[in-house]
Design a protein around this ligand. Structure first.
Ligand SMILES: Nc1ncnc2c1ncn2[C@@H]1O[C@H](COP(=O)(O)OP(=O)(O)OP(=O)(O)O)[C@@H](O)[C@H]1O
Ligand SMILES: [Mg+2]
Length: 234
């Protein structure tokens, strides 16, 4: 399944979620961690999600990333009802249509920077030449070309973060989901990365949803949501 070929333009919705509830059992009761989240994110849009610890930010991101099923609600990705898909089809959506910057980076250790970026491209139809080109371009944009053959486990925390960001973008995802993508970067690099995101997303082929605790970083986004006690406030 793919949205390729569908006509669209900047400003059209790419991600539409309605009334997402996530309920966990808690003894003989339950807790609703998300209590009816609705949001619409458009091509070319960067949206930030802010909120106190335990408010449900990561839970929401995991649902949008199809790592976690909500108790109820709908989720349309470029019009496709992705919650109705089976696990395999969801895995292929994750690999081909979503890009992730997870907390802690999760790079493949003892594997080169180049191979880390090549990994998401295995699921695409890019030719070997096109893959190389995309990898070089993505690394260039995060200022990491000089470390292309370095083992991931020999990088600094900030360098790892930059490689993780390049990896999230290398397969040109429709939606980038990022949990504190600048969490380990200094002020200067944080803003460089946000400008890179803005440039990539601003082209209108993709959108980004990021969790951040940093109001200054959130200002790079057109939309800032505040989540509190499982409820979204625009
Ligand atoms: N499997 C689970 N069972 C029960 N409760 C859970 C489960 N997973 C998460 N929670 C609860 O859901 C709430 C939201 O968790 P979540 O990780 O989404 O918060 P967060 O907003 O990302 O917080 P932080 O800023 O600390 O990362 C928390 O109160 C957490 O304890
Ligand atoms: Mg979290």
């Amino acid at each position: 399944m793919s949205s390729a070929g569908k006509s669209r333009s900047t400003g059209d919705p790419i991600l539409v979620v309605r009334d997402i509830v996530k309920r966990y059992p808690n003894g003989n009761q339950f807790i609703d961690v998300l209590k009816g989240i609705s949001m619409t994110v458009r091509y070319g849009e960067m949206a930030a999600i802010m909120g106190p610890s335990g408010s449900g930010k990561t839970t929401l991101l995991q649902i949008l990333g199809l790592f976690l099923r909500p108790t109820r609600g709908t989720y349309l990705l470029a019009g496709d009802d992705v919650l109705k898909l089976d696990r395999n089809a969801q895995a292929s959506v994750r690999g081909q249509r979503l890009g992730f910057v997870l907390q802690g980076c999760d790079l493949l250790e003892k594997t080169s920077v180049y191979e880390n970026l090549e990994y998401p491209l295995i699921y695409t139809r890019f030719s070997p030449n096109k893959r190389r080109e995309r990898i070089h371009l993505a690394l260039e944009r995060v200022g990491m070309t000089h470390r292309i053959n370095h083992d991931a486990n020999k990088l600094s925390g900030g360098e790892r973060q930059r490689v993780a960001i390049a990896r999230a973008l290398v397969n040109l995802p429709e939606v980038i989901l990022a949990d504190e993508p600048t969490g380990q970067l200094d002020h200067k690099n944080s803003h460089i990365i946000m400008e890179y995101f803005a440039e990539v997303v601003g082209k209108g082929d993709t959108a980004m949803i990021m969790v951040t605790h940093d109001a200054e970083i959130a200002r790079h986004c057109q939309t800032i949501y505040h989540i509190e006690d499982g409820v979204l406030k625009g």
